[in-house]
Design a protein around this ligand. Structure first.
Ligand code: AMP
Length: 154
């Protein structure tokens, strides 16, 4: 059975469903659960830009990383699950998920997916699809339809 599960989270409702499934799988199998979030400072703004926020000035990258850490900590605290590694990285989400899965001794990767098709898929693409295609480890992709999905997404 699984000994180490890696799940990737983006804090969306779909990702929450996949995360809950990863927690359930870890509980059932006794596997260690690692959780990865990849944060991305906005591409059109220089990352060294200084933002006046709260008690002092911070670079945009620092601010985005801190926010991501807070969100990750809150997600994990609410899960009631003991977590192995809580990993925060920056970069391209699909690339980072695949790189982490490749170097970790995880035996399963769990991701959510919006299940976009047609135009939405062509425009936005799918991180889950890239991970399923290129990841060297088995991947469980949990498809969830967003409650506000329009007919174009069907
Ligand atoms: P998709 O809807 O096919 O693009 O895939 C979305 C799923 O990819 C999410 O449910 C997460 O499992 C994963 N994912 C997307 N963005 C990130 C991110 N920034 N960090 C970690 N995982 C992510």
């Amino acid at each position: 059975m699984f000994r180490r599960i890696l799940t990737a989270v983006d804090f969306s409702p779909c990702s929450q469903v996949a995360f809950d499934m990863a927690v359930a799988l870890a509980r059932t199998t006794g596997a260690v659960l690692d959780v990865l979030h990849v944060f991305q400072p906005p591409k059109t703004i220089p990352p060294e830009l200084v933002v006046h926020h709260g008690p002092g000035d911070q670079s945009l990258t620092t601010l985005v990383r801190e926010r991501a850490r807070e969100e990750l900590d809150a997600l994990l605290a609410n899960s009631g699950q003991r977590i192995g590694d809580a990993i925060l990285e920056d970069g391209d989400p699909a690339e980072r998920i695949i790189a982490r899965a490749s170097t970790s001794d995880c035996d399963l990767v769990v991701v959510g997916t919006h299940g976009r098709t047609g135009l939405a898929h062509a425009m936005i693409g799918s991180i889950a699809e890239k991970v399923v295609r290129l990841c060297p480890k088995p991947v469980l992709s949990v498809r969830v339809r967003a409650p506000d999905a329009s007919w174009r997404d069907r």
